[in-house]
Design a binder for this molecule. Structure first.
Ligand code: ZN
Length: 103
């Protein structure tokens, strides 16, 4: 399964095939900071879409790295929650699912 490397500052992303794991940090070609590794299903917003990038950053800061989040009330947890794409919903999202956030 592939991953995406994302730089939240430069608002860029690259596909990255999952390798053996020997390489743990991925410096951004533009700013040199470590890029964030996200699951392949993450769909990066357009570079110019500042608001959506703001949401992505907010979610990651709160421990939501686009991992699967399941609806707690649903017993069959193969149903996953959609990630929000606006800040208002994102704020509700991080509160509602905070026990599934990555630490
Ligand atoms: Zn960068």
């Amino acid at each position: 399964m592939g991953h995406k490397k994302v730089c939240l500052d430069c608002k860029i992303s690259f596909n990255r095939e999952f390798d053996s794991g020997s390489e743990l940090t991925y410096p951004c070609p533009e700013c040199g900071k470590s890029m964030t590794l996200l699951p392949h299903r993450f769909r990066p917003p357009k570079k110019t879409d500042e608001n959506k990038w703001e949401v992505v950053k907010f979610l990651i800061d709160n421990g939501f790295y686009y991992q699967h989040i399941s609806e707690p009330t649903i017993i069959d947890n193969t149903k996953y929650v959609e990630y929000p794409d606006n800040l208002r919903e994102a704020k509700e999202f991080v509160i509602k699912y905070k026990n599934q956030a990555r630490k």
